[in-house]
Ligand binder design. Structure first.
Ligand code: AN7
Length: 368
């Protein structure tokens, strides 16, 4: 029978802080594909899967948390929401605020967010302010606005966001039948690594549901969490905040992650790691995904894949395991990177006259 996916809150209601009476703000997020990555599997000798979060309504994983945050905002009687963002959170907040009938203000670092994300926030009618500062400065202002002004903060410092994002882990386990051995993902503000770890832990033990009693464990184990940061914005690798983070992967250009302690806990409790990859390694992985796997992501989203390839080259990826990599946002968010070759030159489409013989010659085709 046909089944319409109802969004992460309704699909996982018994494991989220909602009730039957909750007014749910949703755009149908979640239920994203878990794609078998054939070439990465061949490379590593493990079964590698991509959790393709670009397939969410606004093109990134942020929608999983935003459905919860906006539902909480409406429940709290808020009239306006605010967030700081490297781009995807603002796109998601703007769309979900529209669905909720709330005003939305977004603070973004000037010149450091991609055109796709900027246009989404504008299209959905958010008030967008470009702050003369980086993401960390934007988040600082957004928190102060939330504390002292009548606006509801929807950044991942809001626990509702983490609750929503933990459903990514549930979907992985539901698709595979058990938790993977390793879960790989990019790390910026560190909300997502914290959320996935929370989800995996909750699925691996009996769960006291507020609405459905005690639920049995779904998985027999939890994965090692492998997080990767951009080398120029790698506070977890440095062990302290970075005041001037820099990377072409603007989504993860973050120097002072809000979810510091929970990310460290995810790394250490899971027996995992958080390491760095260079911008070139990120762009190589970006090209690998589009040209070998058929999956188009934005550069920041490729950091996890870059990390796996790097660890494999160092002989540090086990064979015969199940590995899931969350690719966090869609390639169309920041498409310009696809037009850059490995040596850094711009790809120029070949121009041809309006003539089939010339086109066939250009394509190297002989007439049948
Ligand atoms: C594509 O939108 O922080 O470690 O303001 O857009 O949970 O922060 C985005 C982060 C990875 C990092 N991949 O996730 C924002 C923002 C993409 C992202 C991350 C982001 P976190």
């Amino acid at each position: 029978m046909a089944h319409q996916w109802r969004g992460v809150i309704r699909e996982y209601a018994e494991r989220l802080p909602v009730t039957e009476a909750t007014t749910v703000i949703t755009l149908g997020e979640g239920g994203t594909p878990l794609v078998h990555a054939q070439k990465l599997s061949e490379l590593t000798g493990s079964q590698v899967y991509l959790k393709v979060e670009g397939m969410n309504p606004t093109g990134s994983f942020k929608d999983r948390g935003m459905t919860m945050a906006m539902t909480a905002a409406v429940e709290a009687g808020a009239k306006a929401v605010v967030c700081a963002s490297t781009g995807n959170t603002s796109a998601s907040a703007a769309a979900y605020a529209t669905a909720a009938g709330l005003k939305c203000a977004v603070l973004v670092p000037e010149g450091k967010i991609s055109m796709g994300k900027l246009s989404q926030a504008i299209a959905h009618g958010a008030t967008l302010l470009q702050v003369d500062g980086n993401f960390d400065n934007c988040l600082d202002i957004a928190r102060k606005l939330g504390d002292s002004y009548p606006v509801f903060l929807v950044n991942s410092v809001n626990p509702a966001r983490i609750q929503g994002q933990k459903t990514g882990a549930f979907e992985v386990v539901d698709a595979l039948g058990d938790a993977p051995d390793i879960h790989v993902l990019p790390v910026g503000n560190a909300g997502n690594i914290s959320a996935y770890w929370k989800g995996y832990k909750e699925y691996s033990a009996p769960y006291e549901s507020a609405t459905a009693g005690t639920l049995a464990a779904v998985s027999t184990k939890t994965p090692a969490m492998w997080g990767f940061q951009a080398a120029g914005a790698a506070p977890f690798v440095a062990g302290h905040p970075i005041t001037e983070p820099d990377t072409i992967a603007t989504a993860i250009r973050i120097g002072n992650p809000a979810s510091w302690d929970t990310a460290i806990a995810a790394r250490d409790e899971s027996g995992g790691l958080i390491e760095a990859v260079t911008d070139e390694e990120i762009l190589d992985a970006h090209r690998w995904l589009s040209s070998k796997e058929g999956v188009f992501v934005e550069p920041g989203s490729a950091a996890g894949v870059a990390g796996l390839i790097k660890k494999h080259a160092a002989g540090e990826v086990p064979t015969g395991k199940t590995i899931v990599i969350t690719v966090t946002g869609h390639g169309l968010k920041d498409p310009q990177w696809a037009l850059r070759t490995a040596d850094g030159s711009e790809v120029q489409p070949v121009k041809v006259p309006n003539d089939v013989v010339t086109v066939a010659t250009e394509l190297g085709l002989d007439a049948r």
